[in-house]
Design a protein around this ligand. Structure first.
Ligand SMILES: [Zn+2]
Length: 399
């Protein structure tokens, strides 16, 4: 697919003949609608075809009865610059992940930058530069929210004010820098929050040589907005401590691909038992020692649905609407006014599941047939997923 020019607008786009429309909203995960209308990147109508104004569309897509869901959100990535990761020296990992249905990624720190600065002015400069760079350059159209500084000892309140004013909206995982004690983290997380910067804490054992243990008491004391990789990245806290975190904290429960899978299941079940499924969000924690996972979010959805026995339509909300609400993003939900970021899926060819949702509940990942970001088609049939049984077609339009 040709490169989309920066700043290109979608114009009016109609998506008709949708077989299953997943909303991203965990309180109502399936919508009774078969048509979406988009204008210049935003959803302007959701409903039955006969009730929608289809006139004057520049692009019409026949979904051919496949499933449309909000584009997936990876709540935990470690980008550096451009579409390159030095961690595994790979090119094109973000575009490849878009082929796995991901349309938004959130940085948990640009920690793999060779020679990453640890002095405070350097930390701030890197955060601002990373935020700007990914705001200006979107590999595959993916919205990479980056510029997530790693906390270092000696940072003061005015550093957070200065970064917030410069456009920094996230902290890197607390615990990856020199700030590892609960009382220190708590003070800095509170300063960040005061200036509108969202925080995530590393949970569990060290990820790679040089990082450290963050135990449940530090997580509770620091009180970051997101309990980052609650199932470890990779090494998990004991399962009982993870369940205690779900119960004692009211913060987001982030489950990642590059973590302990057994504890991932336990954390998701704990959230459901505590009647707070809206707190569960998903990430990959890639690139990392485990590599990059273009299908990581889809694999998490299939794993949690099949092994934790959670209906697939709910698990898709963990990776879409839940994250959007917790992260205050204008995507992740099928609602008028939200970004037209969609993934088109169908049951993979030859899955045992009779429907898309059944196939996911049986543990198979779906086939992605198309990805749209801001109303613009970014890929057709995914080069990475197993082939979807049916795929949407563009019946008119120039994209
Ligand atoms: Zn981590």
């Amino acid at each position: 697919m040709a490169e989309v020019a920066a700043g290109a607008k979608s114009g009016k786009v109609v998506i008709r003949n949708i077989g299953l429309l997943l909303s991203g909203d965990i309180d109502k995960p399936i919508l009774d609608a078969d048509t979406l209308v988009v204008n210049d990147g935003l959803i302007i109508a959701v409903g039955k075809e006969k009730d929608c104004d289809l006139e004057g569309a520049q692009t019409v897509i026949d979904a051919r009865k496949t499933c449309v869901a909000p584009g997936l959100i990876d709540s935990h990535v470690h980008p550096v610059f451009g579409d390159w990761t030095p961690r595994q020296n790979q090119l094109g990992w973000i575009d490849s992940t878009m082929n796995g249905g991901v349309t938004t990624m959130i940085s948990a720190g640009e920690v793999h930058l060779p020679g990453r600065p640890k002095d405070i002015v350097g930390v701030k400069a890197l955060a601002i530069t990373a935020q700007r760079a990914f705001d200006n350059f979107r590999p595959g159209g993916v919205k990479v929210l980056a510029g997530a500084p790693v906390l270092e000892k000696g940072m003061v309140e005015s550093d957070f004010k200065e970064m917030a004013e410069a456009g920094v909206g996230l902290l890197g995982e607390v615990g990856l820098g020199s700030v590892k004690a609960g009382y220190e983290a708590k003070e800095m997380v509170a300063w960040a929050r005061k200036y509108g910067i969202q925080s995530t804490i590393h949970t569990g054992g060290p990820s790679i040589p040089g990082s450290g243990l963050i135990d449940k008491d530090v997580v509770l004391e620091a009180d970051a907005d997101i309990i980052g990789h609650i199932n470890g990245g990779h090494t998990s806290l004991p399962e009982a401590h993870v369940c205690e975190l779900c119960e004692k904290s009211s913060r987001a429960i982030e489950i990642v691909h590059n973590g302990n899978e057994r504890v991932a299941i336990a954390a998701a079940k704990a959230a459901l038992d505590l009647k707070c499924p809206h707190r569960v969000i998903l990430g990959t924690d890639g690139p990392a020692g485990s590599g990059v996972q273009p299908l990581g979010i889809l694999r998490m959805v299939a794993m949690l649905s099949s092994i934790a026995n959670i209906p697939a339509e709910l698990v898709f909300c963990f990776a879409t609407g839940n994250t959007a609400r917790i992260r205050k993003l204008n995507c992740g939900l099928i609602e008028v006014g939200r970004a037209a970021d969609f993934v088109f899926m169908d049951r993979a060819q030859h899955t045992a599941g009779k429907t898309l949702l059944e196939s996911v509940q049986l543990g198979d990942i779906p086939g992605v047939g198309m990805v749209m970001i801001d109303g613009i088609v970014r890929c057709g049939r995914s080069r990475n997923t197993p082939p979807a049984t049916e795929i949407p077609v563009v019946v008119s339009g120039v994209h």
